[in-house]
Design a protein around this ligand. Structure first.
Ligand code: TXA
Ligand code: MG
Length: 334
């Protein structure tokens, strides 16, 4: 297997997508761009392809994967019922960074659902992903294209580094525009609830559904959803990460510089307050959309610097930062 199909602009040449479609049909794995993060795709109806996917990703078999589809009509191939709420949300946000959890149709493989009676579905917004899905016609099971527990990739290069030689094709669609994984909303309980926050916000969903939505912390009792994204330690760089208020962060850095005991690297919304900053210090964008877009790339960059710890300035607590705060909290939990 070769990692080819490398350099491609936004609109990948039709024949290269065609090659990727052939790979999927043969049961091989194809990495492709979505607007959120890169996915590692396999034919969702092919048990052998799914087995390969789990093996390459190093993911425990009981964890479900999202099925990516090209059109709303395809929902009926995967879900037992398509509730009114699903149609409203699909109309409002698809193609886009939202995953719907619905009751699964009986034939959906356990390898897709992790043996649960629900299935996650999404129409992604990236033109290359849409093209691939349209030509493939079936559903593509695609977790983020990283090894289990690690940071999701937001460029084709990230994927190639992670899976050199193990993936038949890597479609290159440039850097992902959203930058963190889709918002996941479960529509199978009495009331909709967010299982994983993302850049489509709870308030936006409530605005469309005209009803209250639970968030992941306020979930109804007794519901057990096995979602790797809900494991505490996930989306993590190899270097330990600490999220701190600015003043605390600066004081740690200054102590470390004075004692040369620890090597810190910093991601902060502000400049270093002194004249000359002697450690790697990246100033982050102060708006959530831009910050999310570059979040994983920034963490990856800091992860290459052999530091003892990455210090991240605590982002605001307001709604648009929920997805970012969620990923940071998980990345800190070792
Ligand atoms: O933005 C995204 O969602 C990206 C791109 C590639 O589409 N995909 C992604 O996949 O983040 P993954 O596998 O890394 O994370 C999917 C999350 C997992 O936490 C999984 O447990 C959850 O979705 N999930 C999938 N199917 C589910 C189901 N039936 N019930 C509950 N959670 C589910
Ligand atoms: Mg993932």
């Amino acid at each position: 297997m070769s990692a080819k199909l490398s350099k491609m602009p936004q609109d990948a040449a039709a024949d290269t997508i065609q090659e990727a479609v052939e790979c999927l049909k043969k049961g091989d794995l194809v990495a492709f761009p979505t607007e959120t993060v890169y996915g590692l795709g396999a034919d969702a109806a092919n048990a052998r392809a799914l087995e390969k996917l789990y093996k390459v990703k190093g993911r425990p078999a009981a964890h479900p994967v999202i099925v990516h589809i090209a059109s709303q009509e395809q929902l009926h191939n995967w879900a037992k019922h398509v509730p009114e709420a699903a149609i409203k949300l699909a109309d409002a946000f698809w193609p886009g960074p939202l995953t719907l959890i619905l009751e699964r149709a009986p034939h959906v493989l356990d390898a897709v659902t992790g043996g649960q009676d629900t299935v996650g579905l999404r129409i992604p917004g990236h033109p290359i992903a849409l093209n691939l899905l349209r030509q493939f016609q079936g559903g593509v099971a695609a977790p983020s294209a990283n090894r289990f527990g690690r940071l999701s990739p937001t460029t084709a290069d990230d994927v190639r580094k992670e899976f050199a030689g193990e993936v038949s094709a890597v479609l290159d669609g440039g850097p992902c525009a959203v930058g963190i994984e889709s918002t996941i909303i479960d529509l199978t309980a009495e009331r909709p609830r967010i299982l994983r926050p993302g850049m489509i916000l709870k308030e936006q969903i409530e605005g469309v559904l005209k009803e209250r939505v639970y968030d992941s912390l306020g979930i109804s009792p007794g519901s057990v959803t096995r979602a790797p994204g809900s494991l505490k330690s996930h989306y993590a760089p190899k270097t330990p990460l600490q999220v701190l208020e600015f003043a605390e962060l600066v004081s740690l850095v200054q102590d470390a510089i004075a004692s040369s005991e620890k090597r810190y690297v910093v991601l902060s919304f502000r400049q270093y307050p002194g004249a000359h900053c002697p450690i790697p210090w990246v100033v982050l964008e102060g708006n959530a959309v831009e910050c999310a877009r570059h979040l994983y790339a920034n963490l990856r960059k800091m992860d290459t610097l052999s530091a003892d710890c990455i210090l991240f300035e605590k982002p605001p607590a307001s709604s648009e930062w929920t997805g970012i705060n969620d990923r940071l909290a998980r990345a800190c939990a070792k």
